[in-house]
Design a protein around this ligand. Sequence first.
Ligand code: FE2
Length: 307
Amino acid sequence: MSLVTLDRQQAADHIHKFPFDLKHDLAGHPLFSLERLVALAKSMPRDRIEYNSGKVAIGQAPDQTPQIDLPADDVIRQIEHCNAWMVIKNVETDTEYRALLQAFVRDLAGATGAEEDQFGDLQGFVFVSSAGSTTPFHIDAEENILVQISGDKFVHVFDNEDRALVSEEAMEISPSKHRNQTYEPAFESHARVFELAEGDAVHIPYMHPHWVRTGGRYCISMAMTWKTPEVERLNKIRLMNGTLRRFGLPQSPPGRSGTADAIKVFGHDAMRAVIDPLRKSEWCRKALRGLIYGRNANYYYEAGKGS
Ligand SMILES: [Fe+2]
């Protein structure tokens, strides 16, 4: 039996381009019990867990985000009452979550008729959030399907084709930049709101701005994320643009010059060949982020220092 149920024609027309809703069969799966999530959090490196108070503004300034003074495992145990928001990143490094992610995406590709080679670099992010929490307005440099496991979630997804909400410069990629973006209440006229309960899911395409609020119960969700070959190419260009801007060399956005884009992709791949072997340790990741992108690149170490 497939893990996803969807309108095949709508999904085939929308995937990788526009948001759409679908159903899944993962509510009640044992990998999402609080007990299993505590074990997951304890097994992950500290820089793969980000958490703070859930009582934040839609346009929250990242450096003023209120924190939670609890270790990560206690935040999960107390999520019903502690007014927290948490994401456990890269859960595909755990064998069981990776298998689930792979099965989900395989079924998704089958159900939509999309080619499996469009679903590269699979990564999973598990969200645990108290009732009445807000995930501020932000963009993500990958595509995803947000799967609602328990609780109610309201996902506001925005059309930004004309870059009126988030500019090309803001879409440049740099570890020193927080994902949160400047928000104005007037943006809401560009939003489509997806109401998710157990068994619901929504597709959020690459760099579609969104913000999220939870309803009256605590929520568990998982973002099943992937990158298409085109997303990989755009990310390389936007990372090079963000890095060059940091060194005072602002660049044109992707698509203006095929030659410049090709040079940036080549430069990116050469740089990664040197850096990637060093990124295997948490200490090296932290040092590299600080060295190239500045102290702000390690902002999430500020939260939950005692954990
Ligand atoms: Fe997101």
